[in-house]
Write a protein that binds this ligand. Structure first.
Ligand code: NAD
Length: 484
């Protein structure tokens, strides 16, 4: 297996701090002086360049992430690049439609002949700060949305995936004009310097701790922020599940937890299973891991990703060691390659080490419940507003005809909900993706990315000759006028 580099600076050249204000200023000048990003055709040309550049470099992208954290090549291709390319094609083919002014409806009679419409104008200079875990898709989707909306973009990729950050930023720099796109490489110092500059919108994807730092800093200049954060996303397996469905449910849960070695913001963080299903589900999950997905798993396997850094490895190893639950499978670790095998821990309670915070690694705790209402109260009191919630049922998948689903989705406010599957909602090009409460605010993807980086400006065209119809507004105010 390939061991990731120990020092990111060996691979990635960090941006000198004094260059950052100059780089951002150059983009600002483009936006305000040349104004070229206002042209739809210009945006489309830039996006087309990006599309071909990425399409020609899929293998290089896959390889860079293999170097960074032994990322399974198939996960990079299918969960990141294919989804991202679909999105850019969709964006290019929809842009004329999205940018068309939208007439305002419901106008009062006196204004009914006026052209009144909503224009979506670029916000200006956008800063996009991205994480390491799906470093292609999470930044690509935001960047293309911002470019499509006519902005100039400052991009700060995660230094934790340095081979990828290097390659991807070079590809984008080759595809995009250098006066509309600027990359800042580095860690805390460079990001802090980046945040000292003024932007028109900031998008941050990552953990809640840094999200708070970003939002506070942005508040100093009243800069709007989109925060895409994490959380503990539960998977309910409710009492109406049939025996015949358990193998499929187990497969989906195992994939939803262990893909990307659990480093997925919308991963199944823990399972809440009804006690009548418990034994069969646990046996099925063990079987899927040991016999179907990862038989004789070694750290060199191309089907299993490793952890990003030693800190994550140590933290997850401690969670496993200190858990009071019953180890069902896994628990093997190799520090030198940052490998932790898919680990399932049963009989877990809310005070367990696995339930303190988002796991963000290959550990699946299983909790059992007998009363749905009290399980929901537990979820809400411990980990409110997750980024996703998953519900597996043997009955109807519709909340209006399945009372248990209705109770869950009413009680738990989540960024998204999937019934009988996991994670796939992230790949939908035209559905808003984002959190609620502690899992973040704002959303993006497809038209929602375009809107996230646009200002919706109401434009009202009035005729000077049309003063009669609206003259009641002028003083002196009289009873007669008030009755008009
Ligand atoms: P990360 O460590 O790669 O950090 C993200 C970015 O923050 C990087 O560019 C990094 O340089 C910057 N950063 C780090 N410390 C900083 C500081 N003190 N000040 C300013 N910037 C700083 O990623 P991560 O945080 O380890 O990502 C994992 C978390 O992100 C998980 O909680 C996960 O659930 C969440 N996440 C959410 C989404 C989503 O779409 N909602 C997607 C992916 C990950």
């Amino acid at each position: 297996s390939k061991t990731p580099p120990t020092c990111n600076r060996d691979v990635l050249q960090y941006t000198p701090l004094d260059e950052i204000p100059i780089g951002v200023k150059k983009l600002k000048d483009t936006f305000h002086k040349s104004q070229k990003t206002h042209s739809i055709q210009y945006r489309l040309n830039q996006l087309r360049n990006v599309y071909f550049k990425i399409k020609d470099n899929i293998d290089n992208i896959t390889e860079s992430l293999e170097k960074d954290f032994h990322r399974a090549p198939s996960e990079t291709q299918n969960l990141e690049v294919v989804v991202g390319l679909n999105e850019i094609v969709h964006t290019m083919s929809s842009l004329h439609k999205w940018t068309k002014p939208e007439p305002v409806s419901g106008l009062p009679l006196a204004l009914s002949t006026n052209p009144i419409y909503i224009e979506r104008i670029p916000v200006g200079v956008v800063l996009i700060i991205s994480p390491f875990n799906y470093p292609f898709l999470l930044s690509f989707s935001a960047i293309i949305g911002a470019i499509a909306a006519g902005n100039v973009v400052v991009f700060k990729p995660s230094e934790l995936a340095p081979n990828f950050a290097n390659l991807f930023s070079k590809l984008l720099q080759e595809a995009l004009d250098d006066d509309i796109f600027y990359v800042i490489h580095g860690g805390v110092d460079e990001t802090t310097k980046a945040l000292e500059q003024k932007y028109d919108k900031i998008m941050y994807t990552g953990n809640n701790f840094v999200g708070t730092i970003i939002a506070k800093k942005a508040a100093e200049t009243l800069t709007p922020v989109i925060l895409e954060l994490g959380g503990k996303s539960p998977a309910f397996v409710i009492s109406d599940v049939k025996d015949k469905d358990i193998p499929t449910i187990a497969r989906r849960i195992v994939w939803g937890r262990f893909v990307n070695a659990g480093q997925t913001c919308v991963a199944v963080d823990y399972v809440l299973v009804h006690d009548s299903i418990h034994d069969k589900l646990v046996a099925a999950i063990k079987k899927v891991i040991e016999e179907e997905f990862y038989p004789n798993l070694k750290d060199s396997s191309e089907s299993y990703t490793h952890l990003i850094h030693d800190r994550a490895f140590d933290n997850l190893s401690t969670i496993i060691k200190t858990s009071k639950g019953k180890l069902i499978t896994g628990g093997e670790t190799n520090k030198s390659s940052r490998f932790i095998s898919p680990t399932v821990i049963d009989n877990v309670d809310w005070n367990d080490s696995t339930m303190k915070q988002e796991i963000f690694g290959p550990i699946l705790p299983i909790l059992t419940y007998s009363n749905l209402q009290s399980a929901l109260e537990d979820v809400i009191s411990h980990h409110d507003t997750p980024l996703a919630q998953y519900i597996f049922t043997g009955g109807s998948a519709n909340r209006h005809s399945n009372a248990q689903i209705n109770s869950i989705v009413t009680a738990i406010r989540s960024g998204a909900t999937m019934i009988n599957d996991v994670i796939l909602h992230v790949g939908l090009v035209n559905a808003p993706f984002g959190g609620i409460g502690s899992s973040g605010y704002g959303n993006y993807h497809g038209i929602y990315s375009f809107r996230a980086f646009s200002h919706e400006r109401t434009t009202f065209e009035q005729k000077l000759w049309n003063d009669v119809a609206l003259k009641a507004r002028y003083p002196p105010y009289t009873e007669k006028k008030d009755k008009l």
